[in-house]
Structures are given as C-alpha cells and as structure tokens.
Design a protein around this ligand. Structure first.
Ligand code: GTP
Ligand code: MG
Length: 363
C-alpha cells in the first residue's frame, strides 16, 4: 500500500503519515481491490508511548486546508546592538531595551502583537551577543519567519552571518530589515551588496527574491513596510494548526522561579493548553497549575502560536524540547519514565528536518 500510495501522491508515505480514506480507496481500487473502510485507524500511540508531534506530521492538502490559520511566529535575529530589541519595542510600544542590563539582551523574550488589521503576530527577541549562539539556534527552531536586523551604519557582521546560517539550516524564510537608516552617511546599499557577497542572500532591490525593508526603530520609520512584508510571507507559508487537538509547544527557556517552582516559557505550535492539563516533556512531567501570558497575566487557555509561561512541571524543561499535553496523570508519568530521550530527540530532529525540507520544496 505504501508503494502504491507513493506512486499516487508522488511522496513517500512514512510512519505517522496521515492519508485520507479517499486516497486509500482510489489507490486500492486502481490496483483492482475492493475496499470498504470500516474504521479510521487511531494514530495515537499506546499509553505513555513515543509519538510524532501532530505539528510535524504530514497532512494531505485537503486535511491541511481544513485547519484554521494561525498567527506567524517571527524571530528577530542579528548582530549585537543592531537594534533588534529597540525595533520590537517600537512594534510593541514598550521600552524593554532601556531596562536591560548593559543594554544587552540575555534571554529570548516572546510576545504577541495585535496589528491594526486584527492580525496577530508572535515575536521572539534573541540576543545578538556572540555568547548566546545556542539560544539563537533554539530561536530558529520555533519560528516561521526570521527578521534579520542589520544596522546600516555597522553593516554585515559575524552574528549577521551566523543568523543567516541558522535560518537556512532550519529552512525558515528570511526578511531583511536594514535598521538605523536615520544615521547620516549610512549605506543601506552596501548592506544589500554585502549580504549578497558574504552570505549569498540576494534581496529584491538587487534582483533577488528576499524581501528587504529600510527601518529606523528609534524614529519609528518603515515599521508598516516591515509588517506588510511579514504578512505577505505569512500568507505564502499558509500557516495552520488545529486548536482543538491536545497542545504541543516548544520550550524556549526554563528556570526555577521563587514561589512558582520550575517554570517554562513556551510557544504553542499545535493544539491548545488548559490549566489543569497533564503535561510531559522529556523526562519531566506535571500538571499545569498556572499559565501566564507575555505580560505576566494569568490565563486559562493558550492556543496556536501563543507564547506562555507554564507553571507546574516537576523539574526544569530542557529548552528546545517539545512539551505535550497528555491524556492523564498515568500517561504523563509513563511518557517521562519510558522516554529514551536521546533516541527520541534524534528521531524528532530528523522528522522536523524532513518536514521542513518537504514543505520548502512544495513552495
Ligand atoms: P543585543 O540584544 O545586545 O544583541 O542588541 P540589540 O540588537 O537588541 O540592540 P538594541 O535594541 O539594544 O539597540 C542597540 C543600540 O542601538 C541602542 O543604543 C539603541 O538606542 C540604538 N538603536 C536602535 N535602533 C536605532 C535606530 O533606528 N537608529 C539609531 N540611530 N539608533 C538605534
Ligand atoms: Mg536586544
């Protein structure tokens, strides 16, 4: 059946592929077999068993189209001090950059913005300082779009190139934002040419297909163009998720917090999380005691693309790992006990890469 389906769809059918009963019927009747489909097989694993996240499963186009659209998760990356946090401040109307120690971002901050047209975008700030390479690599794993910030006065620098590599490795589309264009004597054209020479990144202005906008985060210039570019890319990517499924999130940071115990900052990739849900991640599990939104307010529900803080895990969640809503306490416990995390994460990484390669080749 797998071979016949492969011929029919032109794609390999791997374990956990979701294939519609229509395709199965068509293929089998083509082979001369008579088919009656009695019951859809469950794609759920045994209790506590390993599973491929729904977020990474392969869906047929008509199944995919039945899921609602979700907001994009946009990660802002670039060299230290090129203005990432200031740019996000301007988009969010707050003033985080001014309160950071030494003006340097030391963690990944995530927050949602609702745009004037009603669309939501989830932004992720990342540190540009060279010491935080692992955090940047994690940032690209949870994202749908990378906004690459390059200061027009400083130009293409080592962490600019590093960010391009992370985005490419994760097959995430890039939008270039050339910042600080208010500084006299700066040269956005040089930045464009250098991006091409040093990273092979060819922006639209010089004949390529990468969107590139000129902005001044401080003077709040060009922000509308940046948002338009993000929305255009979002449309092209056709981002969807089923909010009614059990939640799947990726942890971007975790820490022990006074009074709350171990907390995990996560971004929902699929389904929804509710207070009191049982959850598991790697070797730890728990029951959600509280959830906080990006402004520290208690919430009872977090749907696709929402950044939230999860309170209630027994131990620290490893950044970069999936957090799953489980059926019940036994399911959550068994999952964390059974998990051979090395094999599991290797398999997950391979699946993630396969899926993103496939999605990239479909576009
Ligand atoms: P890291 O998080 O440490 O990588 O830095 P960052 O990229 O977040 O830079 P940040 O937003 O902290 O800004 C660095 C400096 O550049 C600050 O002094 C900002 O005021 C300044 N800056 C940011 N945007 C602009 C701009 O559009 N024009 C000018 N002239 N200065 C800017
Ligand atoms: Mg910053």
């Amino acid at each position: 059946l797998a071979v016949a389906l492969r011929k029919f769809t032109g794609e390999p059918t791997v374990a956990d592929s979701v294939v519609s009963s229509d395709s199965v019927e068509l293929v089998l009747s083509d082979l001369g077999a008579k088919v009656s489909i009695m019951k859809q097989a469950s794609t759920e694993p045994e209790k506590g068993g390993l599973k491929t996240p729904r977020f990474l499963r392969k869906y047929e186009p008509e199944v995919w189209a039945s899921f609602p659209l979700r907001p994009p998760v946009v990660t802002v990356m670039g060299h230290v001090d090129h203005g990432k946090t200031t740019l996000l401040d301007s988009l969010r109307n707050t003033n985080v950059a001014a309160s950071e120690r030494g003006g340097i971002t030391q963690n990944i901050g995530a927050f949602s913005v609702s745009l004037s047209n009603g669309a939501m975008v989830t932004f992720l700030d990342t540190p540009g300082h060279e010491a935080f390479a692992a955090m940047r690599a994690c940032g690209t794993q949870v994202t749908d779009v990378v906004v690459l910030v390059v200061a027009a006065d400083d130009g293409v620098m080592p962490q600019t190139l590093e960010a391009v590599n992370h985005a490419r490795n994760a097959h995430v589309p890039i939008i270039v934002a050339i910042n600080k264009v208010d500084i006299s004597g700066c040269s956005p054209e040089k930045v464009m040419n250098d991006l091409f020479s040093y990273a092979g990144l060819q922006v639209e202005q010089i004949g390529g297909d990468i969107q590139c906008v000129l902005v001044s985060a401080i003077k709040r210039q060009g922000l509308e163009n940046l948002i338009d570019a993000i929305l255009l890319q979002t449309e092209l990517s056709d981002l969807r998720a089923n909010k009614d499924d059990p939640g799947e999130a990726i942890c971007i940071e975790s820490k022990v917090s006074k009074g709350l115990g171990s907390v995990a900052n996560c971004i929902v990739r699929w389904g929804s999380f509710h207070v009191q849900d049982y959850v598991a991640s790697g070797r730890t599990w728990g029951r959600i005691r509280r959830m906080l939104d990006d402004r520290g307010k208690s919430i009872s529900l977090a749907g696709p693309s929402t950044p939230f803080t999860l309170v209630g895990m027994k131990e620290l969640v490893e950044p970069g790992s999936f957090v799953f809503v489980m059926k019940d306490e036994e399911d959550a416990k068994l999952f964390s006990e059974k998990l051979d995390s090395d094999i599991y994460f290797k398999k997950l990484q391979q699946t993630a890469l396969q899926v993103s390669l496939q999605r990239a080749s479909e576009k």
